[in-house]
Design a binder for this molecule. Structure first.
Ligand SMILES: *Cc1c(COP(=O)(O)O)cnc(C)c1O
Length: 355
């Protein structure tokens, strides 16, 4: 074993993920097509996909791009994988051979699919990002069915995580209109916001909650089902010093000591995904207490006020996790959302599986 240690680690709780998948599948009244795109929202696609693949509430795994599909397929043989964004024509044969389910939105794509492919018809019901508008979707779906390639059909909500569901209602109505004109398929539309807002949706076989599976929901949906954050981010203290009264800490001298202050330097920075915009706002948990981050958050490090605490080099500082600071807090301090904070967790951060 190498003596080299990572300075920062993302602890991934298998029990939190398993719990979330169980309660979300129950709430959806459907099996899950778990989004593991973007390195499983930063949690580590291998760890997450291997836990999810054996969960009874999970049908399959959803990825965004073909490279992710190939990586996830390699470690989860036999688990259905659905690609959510359009592949190029040259990518089709390999993806079909890997068994990856392919999104289809045009008649040309329906014709170009290899005979061993399985298609999920993508319907644009109002997001205006991908997919065929309803009239065309019916034609494309029928052509895929004639070729014996139509396995699923799906759409994506633009506003299901908001309190006003009127636009989502309209999207749902359009999608159900398309489904009514097709042979039976695996239909899926609900992201996390829709699973929590609507519960079971008539006619849907699968649901795709992403952020909720990792433990986060918008404030107005908190408490609909009990969810647990899956990731804890922590890093080691790498140096300690005392800043005397009047001295400054970090780039730009943004923070000045008003009293002698014990300063711990900690091995996580914005290159690891700790948002630089959280400078002068962020707090962490250290030795059981909430403490402020001092001055500018650096690329690889940040400094924390540990005055009066028993803290040594090598001790852990927690940046977010269960019970302390949350990813939502960090997102608010950084002027962003939980999606961006989680997907920003960098490669240097070791993903460690814990119970
Ligand atoms: C990312 C994504 C999801 C998951 O959305 P959440 O808001 O994280 O629940 C579902 N479906 C599609 C098509 C997506 O791109």
């Amino acid at each position: 074993m190498s003596p080299l240690q990572s300075r920062a680690e993302a602890r991934i709780s298998a029990s939190a993920l398993t719990h979330n998948l169980t309660v979300l599948a129950a709430r959806a009244g459907a099996k899950l097509l778990l989004p593991v795109k973007a390195n499983a929202y930063g949690h580590g696609e291998h760890l997450i996909s291997q836990i999810a693949a054996v969960h009874p509430g999970v049908w399959g795994l959803a990825v965004s791009v073909p490279l992710e599909a190939a990586e996830v397929a390699a470690v989860n043989p036999g688990t259905p994988i659905v690609l959510l964004t359009p592949p190029t024509p040259d990518e089709l044969p390999l993806l079909a051979d890997l068994g990856v389910r392919l999104p289809v939105a045009t008649l040309e794509e329906a014709e170009a699919l290899p005979a061993n492919a399985r298609a999920h018809l993508k319907v644009d019901t109002g997001m205006n990002r991908l997919g065929a508008r309803p009239d065309l979707a019916v034609q494309v779906g029928r052509r895929l069915a004639e070729r014996g390639l139509l396995e699923g059909a799906y759409t994506h909500f633009a506003t299901a995580d908001e309190e006003d569901l009127s636009f989502a209602d309209e999207q749902l109505r359009r999608f159900q209109g398309v489904l009514a004109q097709l042979p039976p398929v695996l239909a899926h539309c609900a992201n996390g916001g829709a699973v929590l807002s609507y519960g079971a949706l008539p006619g849907m076989s699968l649901a795709r909650p992403g952020l909720a599976s990792y433990g986060f929901v918008p404030p107005h949906l908190a408490g609909v089902v009990p969810l647990r954050p899956v990731m804890t981010l922590r890093a080691r203290v790498t140096a300690l010093r005392t800043a005397e009264m009047g001295e400054t800490v970090s780039y730009g001298n943004l923070w000045r000591a008003e009293r002698p202050t014990r300063v711990a330097t900690v091995g996580v920075g914005y290159a690891d995904g700790y948002p630089r915009n959280a400078t002068l706002k962020a707090q962490v948990t250290v030795a059981g207490e909430r403490r402020p981050v001092l001055g500018r958050i650096c690329m690889d490090q940040c400094m924390v006020d540990v005055t009066g605490l028993d803290v040594q080099i090598g001790d852990w500082v927690e940046f977010w996790g269960e019970g302390g600071v949350t990813v939502s807090d960090v997102a608010a301090w950084g002027g962003t959302n939980e999606y961006e904070v989680l997907t920003g967790v960098g490669n240097r951060v070791e993903r460690v599986l814990v119970d």
